[in-house]
Design a protein around this ligand. Structure first.
Ligand code: AMP
Length: 267
């Protein structure tokens, strides 16, 4: 596995690989590699000649600075995991290599409303756009666990005429249904067990076609709900209707001091 820190050096190398007709797959991550990331990486290894995994803890996309401070980082473990998977390139730039000191251009979406949404998704769109410009991927792999992120990236591809195929990948879960996330490392064993109920709540809402159906599970597991909402999966507009293969049931909850999200498609 080649480890590259310089964006310029990566672009130069990718251009060389492309001159040899190699297809390039990109898997962007914040690091602390887990089985969810690995499922995306395996898809890229299968589909593309060259797989680039980026690890970049993009502080611009963190609304909550405490969340950034506490975000787990395990670079030497990550390197071992990625090397054992036979990833071709690990791209891990420093902050100053990604952002110019006097930068004044960034991407944003007109759909974003709250400050939290703006900071997070403008940060995501800007950094993913940079990663696309640097890695020149043919395919980029993103998890359905973060459906709004997937939605905005697809909008960016369409609105900025980018010639990149986005590959949405299924959510990988613990045995108790909890979606894998780097943030899960901040939960105690007891909280990890309770966090499994997020998926249970979603399944209950799905089977009963009722947004209130998870109430008893919520009170039994003592979790704080930030929201439970229905969205149209294509437009991400809030909806009240359960339409098969169209309505995404989304949850955000706080367990201990950690915010977790999950979602399920109504089928
Ligand atoms: P992150 O490092 O959290 O930014 O995640 C990097 C990529 O992995 C994103 O496209 C996520 O949606 C995806 N991802 C994170 N957790 C999971 C999971 N449990 N299953 C599948 N994909 C995931």
């Amino acid at each position: 596995m080649r480890i590259i820190k310089s964006p310029f050096a990566l672009t130069k190398y990718i251009k060389f690989l492309k001159s040899q007709n190699k297809t390039i797959g990109l898997v962007p991550t914040l690091g602390s590699i887990h089985a969810g990331h690995i499922s995306l990486i395996k898809k890229s290894l299968k589909k593309c000649d060259i797989t680039v995994v980026s690890i970049f803890l993009n502080r611009k996309q963190f609304f909550n600075l405490d969340d950034l401070k506490k975000y787990p980082s395990k670079i030497s473990d990550d390197k071992k995991k990625l090397a054992s998977l036979d990833v071709d390139i690990l791209f891990m730039p420093d902050y100053d290599m990604m952002y110019a000191k006097n930068e004044n251009i960034f991407l944003s979406s007109t759909l974003l409303k709250s400050d939290e949404e703006k900071i997070h998704f403008n940060g995501v769109l800007t950094v993913v756009n940079k990663l696309f410009n640097i890695c020149l991927p043919d395919f980029a792999f993103f998890g359905k666990k973060d459906p709004l992120q997937l939605f905005f990236i697809k909008e960016m591809i369409r609105d900025l005429n980018m010639d990149i195929k986005i590959v949405p990948c299924p959510t990988i879960r613990e045995k108790n249904g909890l979606a894998l996330s780097s943030r899960n490392q901040r939960l105690s064993a007891e909280e990890l067990e309770r966090a499994g109920c997020l998926n249970l709540i979603l399944s209950e809402i799905k089977s009963k076609k009722d947004l209130n159906a998870g109430r008893s599970i919520i009170s039994k597991n003592k979790i704080t709900i930030v929201y439970i909402k229905l969205f149209d999966i294509d437009t991400f507009k809030p909806t009240a209707k359960f339409v098969r293969n169209k309505t995404l049931i989304c949850i955000k909850a706080k367990i201990g001091s950690v915010f977790l999200i999950d979602n399920i498609l109504y089928k």
